[in-house]
Ligand binder design. Structure first.
Ligand code: COA
Length: 187
C-alpha cells in the first residue's frame, strides 16, 4: 500500500493560529495525572483506524518505561467525563515533534480537535521549560499521512503549520485479525 506523507512545521510560537474555543471545551491533561491504562487504551482505540501499530505488542511495563522518559510527554483530552483524545510530544534536540494526535471517532468534527491541537502546540513550544537540559524549542514538527483522518491536514494548516516536504512510502499494514482467521479457517 502506498502511503502519502506530508511533513509540516511551525518555526515560531507566533505561527500558531488558535482554534475557536468550542462551546464545551475539553480539558487537556498530562497523562501522569491519570491511570496508566487510560493512555494505553486511547492509543489503541484511536490508532487502530490510522495505522498506529508500533506499540501493538507493548505491555503495561513497556508503557510504564515510556512514561518515565523525560523527553516524551503524553497528553489526554477529557470531554465531560470521558477520555477522548491522545497526543504525544517528543524532544529531538531543539525540535519538538507531535508524534501522535487524535480523537475518538465519535468526538471528531465538533471543534475539539482544533482546540486539542492548539493546546498541544502551546505545550510543545514550552517543552524545554519542563525537560531538564533541553535546548530552547526552535521548531514544532509533525507528519500526517493518507492513513490519517480526512480533516487532519486541514486542521494543521488552519493552526498555522506549513508544509516542508511531501513523500511517499510503501507500507505493509498488519493483517487484521478477522482476515487472518478467515484465511486459516479455509478448508
Ligand atoms: C484530525 C482530528 C484531530 C481533527 O479533529 P476534529 O475534532 O475532527 O476537528 P475540528 O472539528 O476541531 O476542526 C478542526 C479543523 O479541522 C478541519 N476540518 C474540520 N472538519 C473538516 C472537514 N469536514 N473537512 C475538512 N477539514 C475539516 C478544519 O480545518 C478545522 O479547523 P477550522 O474550523 O479552524 O477551520 C480528528 O479528526 C482525528 O482525531 N482524526 C483521526 C486521527 C488523525 O487523523 N489524527 C491526525 C494524525 S497526524
Amino acid at each position: 500500500m502506498l502511503v502519502r506523507k506530508v511533513h509540516l512545521q511551525q518555526r515560531h510560537p507566533g505561527d500558531l493560529r488558535p482554534a475557536r474555543t468550542p462551546p464545551e471545551p475539553a480539558a487537556v491533561l498530562r497523562a501522569d495525572q491519570l491511570s496508566g491504562d487510560v493512555p494505553r487504551a486511547l492509543y489503541h482505540l484511536i490508532g487502530r483506524a490510522h495505522g498506529w501499530t508500533a506499540r501493538r505488542c507493548w505491555d503495561a511495563h513497556d508503557w510504564e518505561q515510556h512514561h518515565a522518559r523525560p523527553d516524551r510527554e503524553i497528553w489526554v483530552a477529557r470531554y465531560r467525563r470521558a477520555h477522548v483524545g491522545f497526543a504525544e510530544l517528543a524532544v529531538h534536540g531543539s525540535d519538538v515533534q507531535i508524534k501522535y494526535l487524535g480523537l475518538m471517532r465519535s468526538f471528531q468534527g465538533r471543534g475539539l480537535g482544533g482546540q486539542f491541537l492548539t493546546e498541544i502546540t502551546r505545550q510543545a513550544w514550552r517543552m524545554h521549560e519542563r525537560v531538564a537540559g533541553a535546548p530552547v524549542v526552535r521548531r514544532v514538527v509533525l507528519t500526517t499521512s493518507s492513513l490519517d483522518g480526512p480533516s487532519a491536514l486541514s486542521n494543521y494548516l488552519a493552526r498555522g503549520y506549513s508544509v516542508v516536504d511531501r513523500t511517499t512510502a510503501r507500507c505493509r499494514l498488519p493483517v487484521p485479525a478477522g482476515a487472518l482467521y478467515r484465511v486459516m479457517a479455509r478448508p
